[in-house]
Every structure is written in structure tokens, then in C-alpha cells.
Design a protein around this ligand. Structure first.
Ligand code: NAP
Ligand code: GCO
Length: 266
């Protein structure tokens, strides 16, 4: 029976990959505000240390782990350590990701492989690691962080678009294969969000003017602004909660309307 407790995550354990800063940090903060216990991972000790202080400063008792989502041994240990210290993971947010902005003819196969490895193979490895316990428990939530590039291409991001397009279809396949176990796998597709990952696209020009890409995104976004990580917090709680138990295989775009809009006439 629906009531506002349907949005509560009390008693749930959530793992946010790449939750040291940026979008992942905001998603983890939202899950914590809804009552979940938070675990996150990243590769860098310094990022982990700073993140723990940042979570603490917000009154969140986060549990941080060093683990590379592309390394199966790391992931097996990560899930086992969380299970021993917190319990079985109820909510997995596949957020960890990188981008390389290189014209395709200049991009090496190794560059391409690295992006796909982190942005697509990583979510596959992570999902495989948490699904057995979710099946045993009879419920689970997986949220894959997709992108505008799950739907659109643009110059210089061939590897990233291929990975994020694949992540959209991996989302639908996990939905298809595990929906009968009361496991919901959905995607969140952020628009252009102001984080370190997009900082190069927003750098002020030498003459103090806005970066051309910054101006482009403002013209392409009905909201006429870049997104903030906080814009993703409500959608994250929705997809992690019982309120979305009949939503499955869906990519929820949180983009200020970019995908609906042809763009403002110059
Ligand atoms: P970010 O600021 O660069 O943060 C990425 C996080 O992922 C960091 O905590 C990083 O920490 C971690 N990470 C990277 N590779 C990892 C690996 N192999 N194993 C474990 N952790 C790893 O990126 P963001 O802007 O917050 O983006 C987060 C996610 O949203 C990404 O999947 C990105 O593609 C997606 N996204 C971003 C935007 C945007 O406009 N910013 C829009 C749509 C989608 P370490 O380096 O310490 O590992
Ligand atoms: C880019 C940006 C985008 C965003 C995001 C958009 O270079 O086009 O980095 O890819 O990161 O994925 O949804």
C-alpha cells in the first residue's frame, strides 16, 4: 500500500561506486538522507580519505573502500567486506566512470578499451557480484548512471558514447533477466552536470568569456543552466525505493529537458 514511507530507505544498505565526489557523492548523500547505510568505493586513497571527511561533515557515516570496478578480485573483496561489515547490499549504484575526449581517428584502441572497461564492463562486474544475494533476499535495486550519450553522439566521445549506449542496454537486460526476482534495474541519465568531469567544458576563456561548449549547453537546455549533482538526488531516492518497484528497465533522464529540445535559435 503506497504511503510516503514507500520512499524510505531505512534498514537498506547502498553501495555507490565512485562515490568519493561528484555525482556519486550526491547520490550517496541522497540515499543516506532517505535512511540507507552508505558504502562507496574509489581507486585513490587520497580521494577516499577526503570523501570520508566530506561525508562526516554532512553527518553521514559512510564506509569507504579502495576497489577498482574493472578488477573482479577487487569487486569480490569489496562486496564481501561490505557484507561482513554492514550486511547484504540492497541497492547498487553503478556510478564510477571516466571519459576521454579524443577525436576518433586520434583515439587509440587502448584509450577506447579503458573507457569501455570502466564505464561498461565495470557495471557488469559489479552487478554480477551483488545479484546472487539480491536473488536470495528476494529484492534488489540496481541503478546504472547512463548519460545523454546513451542516446546521442558527439565529436570526440566515441568510446564514452559506445559505453553509455551499452550501459543503457545492459540496464534493460538485467531488468529482463532478473525482474522475476523482484529486482529492479534502471538507469539515471544525467544531462550536463557541473562536476570535475565536465570542468574542461566550462573553463573561462582567456578573454573572460564563457567556454563555447558552456554557451552551447545553455542554448541546448530548456532549463538554461548546467545541472548540479543535487538535481540527481530526488530521482536517485525514487529509483532506490519501494516507490519504484514496478519501474524496471527504464532510463530516467535528469537533463533539464535537453533530449526534448532542438535548441535555442542563435
Ligand atoms: P567524476 O567527478 O570524474 O567522478 C568519477 C568517480 O568515479 C570518482 O570518484 C572516481 O574516483 C571514480 N572512479 C573512476 N574510475 C573508477 C574505477 N575504475 N573504479 C572505481 N572508481 C572509479 O565524474 P562525475 O561527473 O561525478 O560522473 C559520475 C558518473 O556520472 C560517471 O559514470 C559519468 O560518466 C556519469 N555522468 C556524468 C555527467 C556529467 O555531466 N558530469 C553526465 C552524465 C553522466 P577515483 O578516480 O579515485 O577512482
Ligand atoms: C561531454 C560530456 C558529457 C557528460 C554527460 C552528458 O564531453 O559531452 O562530458 O558526456 O559527461 O555524459 O550526459
Amino acid at each position: 500500500m503506497f504511503n510516503m514511507n514507500s520512499f524510505s530507505l531505512e534498514g537498506k544498505i547502498a553501495l555507490v561506486t565512485g562515490g568519493a565526489y561528484g555525482i556519486g557523492f550526491a547520490m550517496a548523500e541522497a540515499l543516506a538522507k532517505a535512511g540507507a547505510k552508505i558504502a562507496f568505493n574509489c581507486r585513490s586513497e587520497s580521494n577516499l580519505k577526503k570523501a570520508l571527511a566530506d561525508y562526516n561533515a554532512k553527518g553521514i557515516e559512510a564506509h569507504g573502500y579502495i576497489a577498482d570496478v574493472t578488477k573482479e578480485d577487487d569487486v569480490t573483496k569489496l562486496v564481501s567486506d561490505i557484507k561482513n561489515e554492514l550486511g547484504v547490499i540492497d541497492i547498487l549504484v553503478n556510478n564510477a566512470g571516466i571519459i576521454k575526449r579524443i577525436p576518433m581517428l586520434e583515439m587509440t584502441a587502448d584509450d577506447f578499451r579503458q573507457v569501455v572497461d570502466i564505464d561498461l564492463n565495470g557495471p557488469f562486474i559489479m552487478a554480477k557480484a551483488v545479484l546472487p544475494d539480491m536473488i536470495a533476499k528476494g529484492h534488489g535495486k540496481i541503478i546504472n548512471v547512463c548519460s545523454m550519450m546513451s542516446e546521442l553522439g558527439r565529436e570526440t566521445v566515441s568510446a564514452y558514447a559506445a559505453a553509455k549506449g551499452g550501459l543503457k542496454m545492459l540496464t534493460r537486460n538485467i531488468c529482463s533477466e532478473f525482474g522475476e526476482h523482484n529486482i529492479q534495474c534502471n538507469g539515471i541519465g544525467p544531462g550536463y552536470i557541473a562536476t570535475t568531469q565536465t570542468a574542461p567544458l566550462r573553463e573561462k576563456q582567456a578573454d573572460g568569456s564563457r567556454h563555447p561548449f558552456d554557451q552551447f549547453i545553455i542554448a541546448k537546455t530548456p532549463a538554461a543552466r548546467w545541472g548540479k549533482p543535487e538535481d540527481l538526488m530526488g530521482p536517485t531516492v525514487f529509483l532506490a525505493s519501494d516507490a519504484s518497484n514496478f519501474v524496471n528497465g527504464h532510463i530516467l533522464y535528469v537533463d533539464g529537458g535537453i533530449l526534448a529540445y532542438i535548441g535555442k535559435q542563435p
